[in-house]
Design a protein around this ligand. Structure first.
Ligand code: FAD
Length: 488
């Protein structure tokens, strides 16, 4: 039976950040992820903002981890070659009764220790963002706010952890947990693995995973948020994340640039029952649309290229992150209820949790060979003409453009398949290369890309899925056809 010092359940941003933090030490660490790729849960569908930290209730885990995490982000992104744009963020008052809310947020932010908060009058606001509704009254500017790419951050953290010796098991769901003589037995489909310490970073399932051990003392309820994503021809419509005033359930609807040069609008906030229901609804999208056009009246609906939804994992009764040891079950730790600002807070949560593991007796001996840096994939489309020419001369597959909307080349697809974290699904390929993420949403490129993936992985096209769980593109071959390449 495999035996580990620490087993982390879940490879979203929380599990990935914890894995990377623990990879600094001489430990035998394993990450177990139910899906076929990292960042397949909430981490793949959110607003991607590195929040400044003015929202959360002072003194809460959310407030403390947000502030520390936000201060860690820039350096972490530089080390891991992940996009980070420190543009500052704005909360806009569109109606008279919203103006006092801005003052409230500023005061709360200052109590939380956030620097660089400033109330702007309408003139300053419109100077900074000329496409905002001219009826706006003013805004709160948070100069330390930023945006990033959430799945790239999670992939980068995990790649770096794996390069530093962490073991990653994909497509392996923890079905049960047995406590046995100072160890835990994690029951997978066809084996059980042993670990002295367990970290539950299972997102929307964190309550189910914790209850495999005992009474978790919290419940996770999904809260859905829906989005509109706009074509790159909208680039520049806003130059930083711009929020409407917050509501009791959410930070408000935001219109934001993405790290890839699109514009995105969302989310609404709707409590739902099913933790797997990431469908979009007419009602939800209409709500986001109506709020978004009040903020930026020229938002062009014709430029929308897709919609999607993400689920916040809200913990009750705490209404806060649940971070720490589970009482009565020595060695079992939760990072649960990691709703927003969990993306921002993840590096701080990882550091705090590592401290708690140490307090519980985990020996943290620094790994002398630890590598802090990771190099990201080449993105051909973002290079200068000279750099592109140089790459094509070195490897002709950079001259073979597969995704026309996003200019993704065959060489990038091949590189994505050979990284330290295996990429086995077409959505995984999209998250790493942007293949199929553009205007046509993979209508043209997916058959050719499927052929390349099949050839490179030595599998048949009918075994390649969109995102695991039977989501195959090809469900059978015609009589006499062979299951090889579709790319020629
Ligand atoms: C609409 C929306 C907008 C948001 N916007 C922001 C924002 O702008 N900024 C910000 O800071 N935060 C934001 N957040 C919050 C942020 O996205 C989350 O806090 C973060 O992604 C949570 O990451 P996680 O790793 O805890 O969970 P997840 O990403 O959900 O990862 C949990 C993983 O555990 C796996 N798992 C579950 N059960 C098992 C099991 N039994 N065995 C093995 N694996 C298992 C799942 O497959 C999943 O991959 C937003 C969230 C939403 C929904």
């Amino acid at each position: 039976m495999s035996s580990y010092d620490v087993a982390i359940i879940g490879a979203g941003i929380s599990g990935s950040a914890i894995a990377r933090e623990l990879s600094k030490y001489e430990l035998n660490t394993v990450v177990i992820e139910a899906e076929d790729d990292v960042a397949s849960g909430t981490t793949k569908a959110n607003t991607a903002i590195v929040h400044a930290g003015y929202d959360a209730v002072p003194g809460s885990w959310k407030a403390r981890m947000n502030l520390v995490g936000s201060r860690m982000y820039e350096m972490l992104c530089a080390d891991l070659d992940v996009p980070y744009h420190r543009t500052g963020t704005l909360v806009v008052a569109l109606e008279r009764d919203q103006a006092p809310l801005l003052e409230e947020l500023r005061e709360r932010g200052e109590v939380n220790g956030v620097e660089g908060l400033e109330l702007l009058d309408k003139g300053r606001l419109l100077e900074m963002e000329p496409n905002i509704n001219p009826e706006a009254l003013g805004a709160l500017y948070a100069s330390t706010g930023a945006y990033t790419c959430p799945w790239e951050m999670s992939i980068a953290l995990m790649e770096n952890a794996v390069e530093n010796g962490t073991e990653l098991l994909l497509g392996e769901k923890v079905l049960d947990i047995e406590e046995e003589g100072g160890h835990f037995g994690l029951v997978l489909k066809d084996r059980t693995i042993r670990s002295k310490y367990v970290v539950n970073a299972a997102g929307l399932s964190a309550d189910k995973v914790a209850s495999m051990v005992g009474d978790p003392g919290f419940r996770i309820a999904p809260r859905r948020g829906e989005y509109w994503l706009f074509d790159k021809n909208t680039e520049g419509l806003v130059t930083r994340p711009v929020f409407t005033a917050p509501t009791p359930l959410s930070k408000g609807v935001v219109i934001t640039p993405t790290a890839d040069g699109n514009i995105m609008a969302g989310p609404n906030a709707e409590n739902i029952d099913d933790p797997s229901d990431v469908s979009t609804t007419q009602q939800g999208l209409d709500k986001v649309w109506n709020d978004a056009v009040k903020l930026v009246p020229s938002l062009p609906r014709r430029s929308a290229i897709t919609n999607f939804a993400g689920l916040r994992a809200a913990a009750s009764p705490q209404a806060d992150f649940v971070i720490g040891p589970m009482q009565g079950h020595f060695g079992f730790f939760n990072t649960a209820g990691i709703e927003s600002p969990g993306l921002t807070a993840a590096p701080a949560i990882a550091a705090a949790l590592t401290g708690m593991l140490k307090d519980a007796g985990l020996a943290l001996e620094k790994k002398r060979s630890w590598k802090p840096k990771r190099k990201g994939l080449v993105h051909f489309a973002g290079l200068s003409r000279q750099e592109q020419d140089r790459l094509v001369m070195e490897d002709h597959r950079y001259g073979h453009v597969i995704c026309r909307c996003e200019t993704v080349t065959e060489a990038e697809i091949i590189e994505a398949l050979r990284r330290p974290v295996p990429c086995r699904t077409m959505d995984g390929l999209k998250r790493r290369t942007r293949l199929g993420a553009g205007r046509c949403q993979s209508g043209f490129c997916s058959p050719r890309a499927l052929g390349i993936v099949a050839r490179e992985l030595g599998v048949t096209v009918d075994s390649i899925s969109k995102n695991g769980d039977g989501s195959f593109y090809v469900t059978g071959l015609l009589d006499g056809a062979e299951g090889g390449g579709l790319d020629d």
